[in-house]
Design a protein around this ligand. Structure first.
Ligand SMILES: C[C@H](O)[C@H](O)[C@H]1CNC2=NC(N)=NC(=O)C2=N1
Length: 158
């Protein structure tokens, strides 16, 4: 110690609270220490730079949206999928309305299904890239954050 005092300046090299990019996880826009994806914003899907994330990245991010599953459709497109059982058909429509409002606010849109009168099923992927981007996980986290309790069947069986 040379007796001099100094003011510590936070290390800003990696941006606000973000860790440096990790090789192999290039599909994750910002690999931040913040675990809550729902406070992030979707970016426009029209960007030429937007690419589908790697399976490795998707397998990490899926852990941050409990209840959602990674699925592959018949064409091999990776998607996020989740289903809920609702109390009534009309409550199913209310559910979809709430999701539609989130999707519009984010400019990122899921496929919405209300089938067999009381099953809400949602698929999310990024049409523009034919695969998954961080936007899909952000939207899933925001949907999970909605207050849907009053619309759901008491004993969900899915
Ligand atoms: C410009 C705007 O971001 C794009 O047209 C958006 C609209 N919503 C979208 N939603 C989803 N899921 N995928 C897209 O590629 C997409 N494109």
């Amino acid at each position: 110690d040379n007796g001099c005092s100094s003011i510590r300046v936070p290390d800003k090299r990696h941006g606000s609270g973000c860790l440096p990019r990790v090789s192999g996880l290039s599909g994750i826009r910002a690999f931040c220490t913040n675990q809550d994806l729902s406070i992030k914003k979707c970016v426009p899907c029209s960007s030429k730079d937007l690419k589908p994330m790697t399976d490795e990245a998707a397998n990490i991010l899926i852990q941050r949206v409990p209840g959602w599953n990674l699925v592959k459709d018949d064409d091999g497109t990776h998607k996020l999928h989740r289903s809920w059982k609702v109390k009534t058909f009309v409550k199913g429509m209310e559910f979809l309305r709430l999701v539609a409002d989130v999707a519009e606010a984010e400019g990122h849109h899921p496929d919405l299904h209300l089938v067999g009168w009381n099953n809400v099923k949602i698929d999310i992927w990024t049409h523009a890239v034919g695969g998954l981007t961080e936007n899909d996980f952000i939207l899933a986290a925001k949907i999970s954050g909605l207050n849907l309790h009053h619309l759901l069947r008491i004993t969900p069986s899915h």
